[in-house]
Design a protein around this ligand. Structure first.
Ligand SMILES: Nc1ncnc2c1ncn2[C@@H]1O[C@H](COP(=O)(O)OP(=O)(O)O)[C@@H](O)[C@H]1O
Ligand SMILES: [Mg+2]
Length: 320
């Protein structure tokens, strides 16, 4: 049995009467990506700050590679990298200067430091901007530099607190590629996100955090399986056809204004064929058809009773 990269047991944090973390249990295997997914105020940053020794838990334990964040903070700090704090970078210095400064702070030595900085500028697509002051960087470039700063000493575990919030789609993709690259090199990543697609795209394990509790955890596929949210959506050209079709499928939901019918389905080809066969047999013509397989939005809705945190609700209006 290898020691997990991260282990949280009964982790609690409160401020006075206000309970922010209400008993979090989570295990992250080394070399994997876990996404802590939750809306604003769920407790994501608090969890990351406890793990990175910036905050003390009120109860419970947080271990990083077996080091206790309270009893052995130095041990923890030696293996982690924390990003999402732009305070680490100086706007008047160039990107390269910022990185060299960090290399010096980490006692890398002039030669090794310079080599590492060149490597990071290349890896993070910042070579062209290396000699420009940070003040001229875009949001995506700053975010990448921030992460590069963290990686000067190649930590084994990296915490990314909402690494793509506020980024344009292209910068977001670049950040995803960077995360994938880190994991390919054996780094463990704990990232927080409000974005379901991001968690789905990057994580081996997703823990859904809501109101200081983990309301579900598992692989993206396991989470999706919890929720039978799949359906077929059929659109018809007139109300009479919609009417007949809705009588044909007893468990369907109809939208009279849109002339649409939503039929529960596992999203498979067999179910699709069965529905089409029944329509055919009844001589009902379909104008349009779409297949909706369950996604993390459905999971979030089912688990927390609220819609997805950042308003990315897909076709939710008609889900049965
Ligand atoms: N120092 C503090 N004192 C009181 N409440 C706090 C403090 N820090 C955070 N909180 C509260 O804890 C909850 C979780 O915050 P946070 O961990 O930042 O959530 P997230 O990162 O998921 O948005 C929020 O309701 C926030 O207002
Ligand atoms: Mg936060």
């Amino acid at each position: 049995m290898t020691t997990p990269a991260i282990e949280l047991r009964g982790l609690r944090k409160s401020y006075g009467d206000k309970v922010v973390l209400d008993g979090i249990d989570l295990t992250v295997a080394a070399g994997t990506v876990t996404a802590l997914l939750g809306p604003n105020g769920a407790g994501k940053t608090t969890t990351v700050h406890i793990l990175s020794t910036l905050l003390r838990p009120s109860a419970g334990t947080a271990l990083v590679h077996g080091f206790d964040t309270v009893r052995d903070p130095d041990g923890v700090r030696a293996v982690i990298g924390l990003t999402g704090q732009f305070s680490a970078v100086d706007g008047l210095l160039t990107g390269e200067e910022n990185l060299l400064l960090m290399a010096r702070l980490r006692h890398l030595g002039a030669k090794r430091g310079a080599a590492r900085v060149t490597e990071l500028l290349e890896q993070f697509d910042l070579a062209d901007a290396a000699r420009k002051p940070l003040a001229t960087y875009s949001g995506g470039m700053r975010r990448r530099l921030d992460l590069a700063m963290t990686l000067v000493t190649a930590p084994r575990v990296i915490f990314l607190d909402e690494p793509t919030t506020g980024l344009d789609p292209r910068s977001r993709r670049t950040m995803w590629d960077i995360v994938r690259g880190l994991v390919a090199n054996g780094t463990t990543v704990l990232l927080t996100t409000q974005n379901l697609e991001e968690a789905d795209a990057l994580a081996n394990q997703i823990a859904v955090l809501d109101g200081g509790r983990i309301v579900a955890a598992g692989t993206p596929d396991e989470l999706k399986r919890l929720v039978p949210g799949g359906h077929l959506r059929l659109r018809f050209t007139d109300a009479a056809t919609l009417d007949s079709a809705s009588r044909l499928f007893g468990d369907s939901t109809r939208d009279d204004a849109g002339l649409e019918l939503t039929v529960p389905s596992d999203g498979g080809v067999g179910a699709l064929r069965a529905v089409l066969d029944r329509l055919d047999a009844a001589r009902l013509e379909v104008a349009d058809l779409s297949i909706h397989t369950p996604d993390l939005d459905d999971v979030f809705l089912a688990l927390t009773g609220t819609t997805a945190p950042s308003g990315q609700v897909n076709q939710k209006g008609m889900t049965p």
